[in-house]
Design a protein around this ligand. Sequence first.
Ligand SMILES: Cc1cc2nc3c(=O)[nH]c(=O)nc-3n(C[C@H](O)[C@H](O)[C@H](O)COP(=O)(O)OP(=O)(O)OC[C@H]3O[C@@H](n4cnc5c(N)ncnc54)[C@H](O)[C@@H]3O)c2cc1C
Length: 320
Amino acid sequence: MSILAFIETWEGKFKKASFESAAYAAHVAKELNTEAIAVVINATDDPAALGAYGISKVYRVGDAGDFNNYVWANTIAAVAKETESTGVIISGTFGGKMIAPAVSIALEASLVTNISEKPSSTNPLTVRRSAFSSKGFVDYAVKSDRFILSLIPNGIGVPAPVDGTAEVTSFSPVMENAPEVKVHEVDRVRGKIPLPEAELVVSAGRGLKDASNWNIIEDLAESIGASTACSKPVSDMGWRPHSEHVGQTGIAINPNLYIAIGISGAIQHLAGVSASKKIVVINTDPEAPFFKAADYGIVGDAFEVVPKLTEAFKKFKAEN
Ligand SMILES: Cc1cc2nc3c(=O)[nH]c(=O)nc-3n(C[C@H](O)[C@H](O)[C@H](O)COP(=O)(O)OP(=O)(O)OC[C@H]3O[C@@H](n4cnc5c(N)ncnc54)[C@H](O)[C@@H]3O)c2cc1C
């Protein structure tokens, strides 16, 4: 018996969300009095380093070709079977969302998605998932022999690494019977923290009036090391790339801090951002719906408030 974490990579490097999965697996394993192990596919990062997050053994899979969710899922399932893992932890990233249901079918295991908290009980294993676009929660008691837990990226956070090295062993990918998947193009935002992994996000909407005004948003984001996001109309109008669109039809994010500037706070926007741990809203209209979801609100003109905020952050950083 063990708990298996799937360690997702991008261009061979471990994704931040994978450390979260490793630490979550280690926590569940400890609660269940067993060990946490991991499987990693096509990694160039050193799998032994996962020992710092509580993993005792890593199954390293090489030569698996381009990403194919069936190959990935069948390989993870094969490792779980060989190691008699009772639980598999997978981050709910774009790739993880494609893999987890297939692993669940291959293992005849129950699947709980959108988890943002550690289990509240182990007998039976009880986990809380967020529901209705993060407006509610559901507590699930897992009663099947095997379970898959899919975590909201950046929901629980990555603990500080400790001393530890994992044992590494090779494992062959399961390529048979997988439908062919061809990746035609990968359009990757470079030089910025991907929005699902970002801890700080500065976002702006139609209140900014024009694409040429985004320098104040970028300056504010740069002053605190935040990623930038935007509302749907902003990306629809081509003021910002679609990769920045957050909300119900865009990316769902979960940062520690979300600063929303000139965004009304329509329900479809809130659906993707309301899981943010702290929300700051800057808007000229004191009746803007976003203020109801805000932890802190500034009623004011973005063109006056934002440069002052940037200046204050820069001053604070220089003095501390
Ligand atoms: C099916 C469907 C799916 C959708 N999905 C999404 C989605 O995923 N994400 C999303 O964002 N939207 C989505 N929408 C659109 C959503 O309903 C809203 O229309 C949109 O979020 C509004 O964008 P906004 O707040 O930028 O613009 P507006 O609603 O025009 O709001 C602009 C805000 O800026 C304020 N403002 C104006 N000037 C200033 C200033 N100088 N300083 C400060 N504040 C100022 C105004 O008071 C106002 O509150 C969806 C809609 C539908 C129907």
